[in-house]
Unconditional design. Structure first.
Length: 136
């Protein structure tokens, strides 16, 4: 019997197993996603309509989207099957910056609806710079 204790923070974990019986050795590897809603909904179905959203993962390999904002749950849903996410999670600092950029994208899209693309990109750069300054 084997026990896996999930980390406190959602993420992608690689679990490897090696089984030996006599002269036979079998190896297996699986990439699993530890998920958890980081938003405390409290009692009932009330979900906060404002404030910073939490985040969770959805494994959607081959799909082009990196993140989506689920307004009903106030969550940023991150596609942990996207190649960029798989690359980012290899190093904690890179993962933090990646998640920060996804949050910036979702916050700008949600708060500047109807703005032209150039203004959206400018706001995203502004928010990314503020965020990265406070991550150091």
């Amino acid at each position: 019997m084997t026990t896996f204790t999930a980390p406190a923070e959602p993420g992608i974990v690689v679990v490897r197993a090696i089984v030996v019986q006599g002269k036979t050795t079998c190896r297996g590897e699986a990439r699993i996603t530890v998920t958890d809603s980081l938003v405390d909904h409290g009692e009932g179905d009330a979900v906060p309509a404002r404030g910073l959203p939490g985040y969770t993962y959805l494994h959607a390999p081959g799909e082009l989207w990196r993140s989506r904002h689920n307004e009903k749950e106030n969550l940023v849903v991150i596609n942990n099957g996207h190649a960029d996410c798989l690359f980012a999670v290899e190093k904690p600092a890179r993962k933090l910056k990646y998640i920060g950029r996804l949050f910036a994208k979702e916050l700008v899209l949600g708060n500047f609806r109807g703005f032209e693309a150039e203004r959206l990109v400018e706001r995203m750069i502004e928010l990314s710079l503020y965020t990265e300054e406070h991550l150091r």
